[in-house]
Design a protein around this ligand. Structure first.
Ligand code: KIV
Length: 283
């Protein structure tokens, strides 16, 4: 029996306890994170940046994402797994969203996450949330800075800083809830606006660069653990410098190899002396 939080339990945490989420992209990290007490793991398309080294999250395909979902779900059997729908899996042709969400669920996702986007051939964001939830798949929304369509928002900038855009964000959050989402990520939203949104809607808000009053927080694990070497946003608090530990470990490995201190006898395999003698006699 899995200890995984259900969607109902996830929602019920609003106004009771804060929700803690981290991104996760592979089996080994999933095994560790599964024992940490996180409320959910997000197989985020940020893996395009921090794992694949590409700038644009729209580059990740559904097929690539499926591999990561398989790996994470194998390692984390007791933590809810929320998977980003890749851009091409719903924004290019929204009518394909259900088929593609089903593939992610079949690979081990418990829920999918979709970023706000402008209408495509009359089919917009709420269409996607409604269609997927009607198919029985839980959906988490994502508003504010939506990296898949960041160009349309004027780049990677804080959102909702003007009266119009602030009101627009509050309206979007209400529409996300009404469409059936069980939670919504608020990315790069001023803290006081995120507080207003959190108070206005009945589903949990999960902040990333959205202040402390959201119902929960999510961060990119490679930032939190000091693995990603690229530019980190100001809200990404670093809790450990794993890159330093890795560099030291690799340096020690190189030293041991150069000094013939690695491998030791106990790290090597043996062969019977007689067999070795026989081999030597025959070469
Ligand atoms: O891709 C990502 O890492 C995200 C975070 C907001 C969780 O979408």
């Amino acid at each position: 029996m899995s200890d995984k939080l259900t969607v109902k339990e996830f929602i019920a945490k609003k106004n009771k306890t804060k929700l803690s989420l981290l991104t996760c992209y592979d089996y080994s990290f999933a095994c560790i994170f599964d024992k940490c007490g996180l409320d959910a793991l997000v197989v985020g398309d940020s893996l395009t940046n921090v794992v694949l080294g590409l700038e644009d999250t729209r580059k990740i395909s559904l097929r690539e994402m499926l591999n990561h979902v398989l790996a994470v779900s194998k390692g984390a059997q007791n933590t809810m797994i929320i998977v980003d729908m890749p851009y091409k899996a719903y924004q290019v042709d929204p009518s394909k969203c259900v088929d593609n969400a089903k593939k992610l669920i079949a690979a081990g996702a418990d829920a999918v996450k979709v970023e706000w986007f402008p209408k495509v051939e009359g089919k917009g964001y709420e269409y996607v949330i409604k269609k997927i939830t009607k198919a029985g798949i839980p959906v988490m929304g994502h508003i504010g800075l939506t990296p898949q369509t960041a160009k349309l928002l004027g780049g990677f900038k804080v959102q909702g800083k003007t009266v119009d855009s602030g009101i627009e964000l509050i309206e979007q959050a209400c529409r996300v809830e009404k469409a059936g989402a069980f939670g919504v990520v608020l990315e790069c939203v001023p803290a006081d606006l995120a507080k207003l949104i959190t108070e206005k809607i009945g589903i949990p808000t999960i902040g990333i660069g959205a202040g402390k009053d959201c119902d929960g927080q999510v961060l990119v694990s490679y930032d939190v653990l000091g693995i990603y070497q690229g530019k980190r946003p100001k809200f990404a608090r670093v809790y450990a410098d794993l890159s330093k530990i890795i560099k030291e470990a690799v340096g020690s490995f190189i030293d041991d190899v150069c000094d013939a201190k690695f491998p030791s006898l106990s790290e090597s395999f043996t062969i019977d002396d007689e067999v070795l003698k026989e081999i030597k006699n025959n070469i």
